[in-house]
Design a protein around this ligand. Structure first.
Ligand SMILES: [Zn+2]
Length: 427
C-alpha cells in the first residue's frame, strides 16, 4: 500500500484526525491512485492524468508553490500539458497555471488548453478589483502574511452546465454546480472511475459559510453532491485532505455531506419562514449529531454556524431583524454611552475580566470590544482584550474563528505594547 492509500485508511478509521493533521496541510505526498492518475496532496490538491495526447491536469496548485508544483508533475512524466481543468477559480487551485504555460513556452510546445466554468472569468476580474481586501483577509484567515496574485490565466474554453474534455482515449466529464463558489465544477473520469470533487469535498465541514468571503451556496452544494453519487465512482479525489477509496465509502461521504448541508438549509429556511430573526436561528440550528461526528465532517476549517449565516445572507439579505441596526449610530458612540452608564471604561474592563475568568468568553468579548471602542488608546483595555481573544483563538477548532480571534489578539497586543502570545497554531 502506498502512502496516500495508507493515510486515507488511517483518516477513515480515526487513527489520524483532521485536528491532528489539518486538511490544508501540504504534505507533498503523491501516488498513482488509478491507472495513469496521479494524485498530489498539496495546500489545494491537484491531479495529473496521462493520456496518449499528453497530461491533463485537474487543478494546478497555488501561486505561492508554483515551481514545486511543476517539478512534482515532471517527476511523473515529461509529456506536454494537454489541458488543465479548473474545479473553480480560487487562487490555491487555479493560479499554478502560469508556471505550466511558461514551461510550455520555454519548451516550444503547443499551449495547454485551459477549461473552466464561465463564471471563472468574472471571479478573476473581481479578484483584480479587490486585491487589497483579499490579501488582508487571507493574512487573517490563515494567520500569516499572504500575497495576492495578479497574473491570472483565464480559461480559453468555457462551459456552462456540462462539458467533456477528450485527450487521446481518456474522457473527463466536467459538471457545473454551485457550492463553495459560483464557478465550481466537479470532474468524472469514467474509464478510471475517478471522481475529482474540487472543494465540494475537503475532509472537513464544508466551507459554505466563510465569514470574510463572497457568498456560498449550501443548498445547491447538496444538489451537486447528490448528482455525484449517481456516477458510481470508486475513487474520490477531494480538493483538500485525503482521497476516499471504494465505491461504498465514496457514496457515504457524498451522501453524508449532502445531508449535512441540506439539514442546515432546511432548518434555517423553516425558522426563516416562521419569522425568526437570524440571531435566534444561529443560536438554535445544529447539524445532525450523527453527521457532525464523521471524521470527514469535522468543523476544523469552517463552522456550521457560519453556514447558517451564509444561507440567511443569500436567501434573506443583511437585515438582522433588530430595527436599531438598520441605520445605526456609530459603534464608537454606542460604546461611549455604555461606558458612561457603566461608570467608566475601567468598569467595563473589570466586568470583561470577570466574565473571562468565569469562562464566558463570548460575553467577555462584547464587554471588552465596547471598552476599546469607547477608549481606543486605553492600554489596560487592550491588555485584557489581548488575553480574551488569545484564549478564544486557542479554544477555536476552526481555521476561520482561530484566524479572526488571533488577529484581534495581535492587534491589541500591539496597542498595549505587549509581547504577542506565542502559542498560536498556524491553522
Ligand atoms: Zn480549496
Amino acid at each position: 500500500m502506498g502512502i496516500i492509500k495508507e493515510q486515507s485508511e488511517k483518516f477513515w478509521n480515526g487513527e489520524i484526525t483532521v485536528a491532528q493533521q489539518h486538511p490544508l496541510v501540504p504534505t507533498g505526498e503523491y501516488e498513482e491512485v488509478a491507472a495513469g492518475v496521479m494524485f498530489y496532496r498539496w495546500f489545494a490538491n491537484f491531479v495529473a492524468v496521462k493520456t496518449e495526447e499528453g497530461i491533463v491536469l485537474v487543478d494546478t496548485g497555488a501561486h505561492f508553490n508554483r515551481a514545486e508544483t511543476v517539478a512534482m508533475v515532471r517527476r511523473f512524466g515529461p509529456e506536454r500539458i494537454n489541458t488543465a481543468i479548473y474545479t473553480h477559480g480560487h487562487v490555491d487551485h487555479a493560479l499554478g497555471m502560469a508556471a505550466f504555460i511558461a514551461e510550455g513556452q520555454k519548451n516550444k510546445v503547443a499551449r495547454a488548453r485551459v477549461v473552466g466554468h464561465r463564471a471563472v472569468a468574472a471571479r478573476f476580474d473581481r479578484y483584480k478589483r479587490t486585491a487589497g481586501y483579499n490579501e488582508l483577509v487571507n493574512a487573517r484567515q490563515f494567520s500569516g502574511p499572504a500575497s495576492w496574485p495578479t497574473d491570472y490565466v483565464y480559461p480559453d474554453t468555457y462551459f456552462d452546465d456540462r462539458f467533456t474534455v477528450s485527450a487521446g482515449s481518456v474522457k473527463f466529464e466536467c459538471h457545473h454546480g454551485r457550492g463553495e463558489t459560483d464557478d465550481a465544477a466537479w470532474v468524472y473520469i469514467p474509464q478510471r472511475k475517478v471522481l475529482c470533487t474540487g472543494d465540494f469535498i475537503i475532509w472537513a465541514s464544508p466551507n459554505a459559510g466563510n465569514p470574510q468571503k463572497a457568498t456560498r451556496y449550501a443548498r445547491d452544494w447538496a444538489e451537486a453532491l447528490r448528482a455525484m453519487v449517481k456516477v458510481g465512482a470508486e475513487v474520490l479525489l477531494p480538493g483538500h485532505g485525503v482521497p476516499v477509496f471504494g465505491a461504498l465509502r465514496v457514496r457515504q461521504v457524498l451522501v453524508d455531506t449532502a445531508e449535512y448541508l441540506q439539514s442546515l438549509y432546511d432548518q434555517t429556511a423553516a425558522l426563516m419562514n416562521a419569522g425568526k430573526p437570524i440571531e435566534e436561528i444561529v443560536q438554535s440550528v445544529e447539524p445532525p449529531a450523527k453527521l457532525a461526528e464523521k471524521p470527514y465532517l469535522q468543523a476544523v476549517y469552517d463552522e456550521p454556524q457560519f453556514i447558517v449565516r451564509n444561507i440567511w445572507r443569500l436567501e434573506a439579505g443583511w437585515y438582522d431583524g433588530v430595527p436599531s441596526h438598520l441605520k445605526p449610530a456609530p459603534m464608537a458612540e454606542q460604546a461611549r454611552q455604555i461606558a458612561e452608564m457603566a461608570g467608566g471604561v475601567g468598569n467595563l474592563v473589570e466586568r470583561a475580566n470577570s466574565k473571562f475568568v468565569a469562562g464566558d468568553l463570548a460575553m467577555a468579548s462584547h464587554l471588552i470590544d465596547w471598552a476599546v471602542m469607547a477608549a481606543p488608546e486605553d492600554q489596560a483595555a487592550h491588555a485584557a482584550r489581548m488575553s480574551i481573544y488569545a484564549a478564544r483563538a486557542a479554544q477555536s477548532r476552526s481555521t476561520m474563528s482561530h484566524g479572526i480571534f488571533r488577529a484581534a489578539a495581535l492587534e491589541s497586543a500591539e496597542k498595549a505594547g505587549l509581547a504577542a502570545p506565542e502559542d498560536f497554531r498556524k491553522m
